[in-house]
Design a protein around this ligand. Structure first.
Ligand SMILES: NC(=O)c1ccc[n+]([C@@H]2O[C@H](COP(=O)([O-])OP(=O)(O)OC[C@H]3O[C@@H](n4cnc5c(N)ncnc54)[C@H](OP(=O)(O)O)[C@@H]3O)[C@@H](O)[C@H]2O)c1
Length: 95
């Protein structure tokens, strides 16, 4: 799922940040800070509903593009699913 925003064009300069455990605790704090700095985001956690809620809130509040991926990073196939969609560029950031 991707939530697009009116300011999505401006986030292209900041690059995309991959944030795991992004719906609570430290990950949520990093996602918030990176969005505030203009990064578009790929948020990863297990619970799809909480991911969708976090993505919608960050896109609305910070005006960035937010994608989500539901994956259990305690499993090899969960890690693989992130590797399958995450395409780092020189401006990408992982948290
Ligand atoms: N909080 C601190 O002060 C602190 C200090 C030092 C170190 N740490 C370490 O930092 C890490 C994060 O801690 P935290 O307190 O911020 O939050 P946490 O409660 O450990 O993690 C919450 C986030 O991680 C996701 N998550 C949990 N298990 C997952 C899994 N198997 N695969 C994918 N996502 C998963 C949760 O979403 P879902 O449940 O939807 O997956 C949620 O988004 C932990 O390893 C903790 O030991 C924390």
């Amino acid at each position: 799922m991707t939530v697009r925003s009116k300011a999505a064009m401006s986030t292209q300069r900041a690059g995309t940040a991959l944030v795991t455990g992004a719906t609570a605790g430290l990950g949520a704090a990093y996602a918030e800070e990176l969005a505030a700095r203009g990064h578009s985001l790929l948020l990863v956690a297990r619970d799809q509903a909480r991911l969708a809620s976090a993505a919608a809130e960050l896109a609305e509040r910070c005006g960035v593009e937010v994608s989500v991926l539901s994956a259990d990073l305690a499993t090899p196939w969960g890690v693989r699913s992130v590797e399958d969609v995450w395409r780092p560029t020189p401006r990408s950031t992982c948290w």
